[in-house]
Design a protein around this ligand. Structure first.
Ligand code: TRP
Ligand code: SF4
Length: 448
């Protein structure tokens, strides 16, 4: 968490250890949209409680869920350090979308870890399997329509990264990431590989165009912006609201095929979903849809992607992203894989949990008396945060902990006791399933 008075960063750095607390400012500064859980069927606690606070393009996912269209969720893991509760939070989101019918892709970012953390691919593999994937399976990830791959083993990903890079300039990379002259080119390529990760799932061999959600921490937003921009740059058509409040379909300036024919096919596809009032202006490369309001743009996009796919390569629906808050470390600073006391690791034993919770920073009074008199500050308490993110599914219970802590009638001793007990139960559950999970990895991991 930045100290008060830290200068505002003008760019997000996905490779820095720094974290940000002022999410409202990030939303304003980077044009992230707020996340509204209202569009989700029985949203799980991370969505209800504003832990997932922002998104880009999430309306494609909402729409897919509503219309029962196929959609996917994709996440990448950095194989370094032990898996802790902060990592589990991402998997919890993946499990929620899997329960709604999303296909699941999980990738091991071994090329990125090699480029930016100096790990060998072999080491990445060991860490990924033992510290992450076995836990994912133990946590309930289902093997149906689910695949895990390694970046270094999927040629379609690296090829796609290469091919899409034709539309990425060095000045864009420098502007987004602040790369200096000394940067190594493997590092420069890692966001392009990530673009390949995110978009290859829409290639015909991997399921074809469909919305794919990437749930991440906000530090990853630069990669998502780059990927969404490059996906848009490969589209042949763009959809824009007109000033009359309708929607215009425009053929991109660099499209060299027959504009007339493309607009004709677009029109037929839009007629197929019920639109009937069109004005065509071929010299302007435009088709105005006068009975479409901008609220229908997502529907129209679903209908137009198959048309464009017949005439162009790499036609993808915009990938969606959602952004979650970072959990504060137990010691009050940032939660970090490299600082054991800052996190609960999934492989921690009962004794570790007890010690870490006992010494965790709370928002409680210095003494029981003072706590009774002045109440505690749950909103500044790492233990309370553990209930919000992980340990209490019941909003009524959570509110009671919050309110009674504030009123000085619920005390840190009891509160920590409850947190400790629940954590030990959750972790023991994972530990008991890991062996069996280890024998089932072939159902998940693809060798290419
Ligand atoms: N850059 C991510 C990280 O640092 C890992 C990653 C690679 C990833 N490819 C991805 C995350 C695709 C989401 C989607 O953790
Ligand atoms: Fe934190 Fe619980 Fe103490 Fe309140 S009672 S300050 S929530 S540990």
């Amino acid at each position: 968490m930045p100290a008060a008075g830290d200068p505002a960063p003008d760019r997000l750095d996905p490779w820095a250890s720094r974290q940000f607390a002022d999410y409202d400012r990030l939303i304003r500064q980077f044009g992230i949209d707020r996340f509204d859980p209202a569009g989700l069927p029985s949203p799980s606690k991370l969505f209800r409680r504003g832990v997932v606070f922002g998104q880009r393009g999430f309306d494609y996912i909402t729409k897919a869920i509503q219309d029962k269209r196929p959609f996917g969720v994709l996440t990448g893991l950095m194989p370094s350090g032990p898996m802790h509760l902060g990592h589990k939070m991402v998997l919890d989101q993946v499990l929620y979308f899997q329960s709604l019918g999303a296909d699941v892709t999980i990738l091991v970012a071994d090329l990125e870890a090699y480029a930016t953390r100096g790990l060998s691919l072999a080491k990445c593999r060991d860490i990924a399997i033992d510290s992450y994937i076995r836990n994912y399976v133990a946590l309930g990830l289902r093997p149906e329509r689910c695949q895990i791959y390694f970046q270094s083993q999927r040629k379609q990903v690296t090829d796609l990264a290469f091919l899409l890079s034709k539309k990425v300039t060095w000045s864009t990379m420098r502007a987004i990431y602040g790369f200096k002259d000394e940067v190594n080119l493997a590092h420069v390529q890692s966001p392009l590989i990530q673009m390949g990760d995110i978009l290859h799932g829409q290639l015909p061999a991997f399921g074809g165009p469909r919305p794919i959600l990437v749930p991440v921490g906000v530090d990853q937003d630069p990669h998502l912006r780059l990927t969404r921009d490059i996906a848009a740059a490969h589209r042949l058509l763009s959809l824009q609201p007109t000033k009359e409040g309708h929607v215009g379909v425009f053929v991109k300036g660099d499209y060299e095929g027959s504009v007339d024919r493309l607009l004709g096919e677009a029109r037929a596809a839009l007629e197929g979903i019920g639109f009937s009032r069109f004005t065509e202006n071929v010299p302007y490369r435009a088709l105005y849809v006068e009975d479409a309001s901008p609220a229908r743009i997502v529907d129209m996009d679903f209908a137009l992607v198959p048309v464009e796919s017949r005439h162009g390569e790499f036609v993808f629906l915009p990938p969606a992203s959602s952004y979650h808050r970072f959990e504060t470390g137990l010691t009050g600073g940032k939660m970090s894989s490299s600082i054991p006391e800052s996190h609960i690791a999934l492989l921690d034993g009962a004794k570790d949990v007890e010690r870490k919770i006992l010494t965790a920073k709370t928002g409680g009074g210095a003494t029981r008396e003072e706590h009774r008199k002045n109440g505690g500050r749950p909103d500044e308490c790492a233990v309370y945060e553990t209930f919000v993110y992980h340990l209490s599914d019941d909003d009524t219970e959570l509110r009671r902990i919050h309110d009674e802590c504030k009123a000085g009638t619920w005390f840190c001793g009891e509160c920590k006791g409850l947190a400790k007990e629940r954590l030990q139960t959750v972790l023991a559950g994972i530990h008991s399933k890991r062996d069996e999970a280890g024998g089932r990895l072939d159902e998940y991991i693809r060798s290419a």
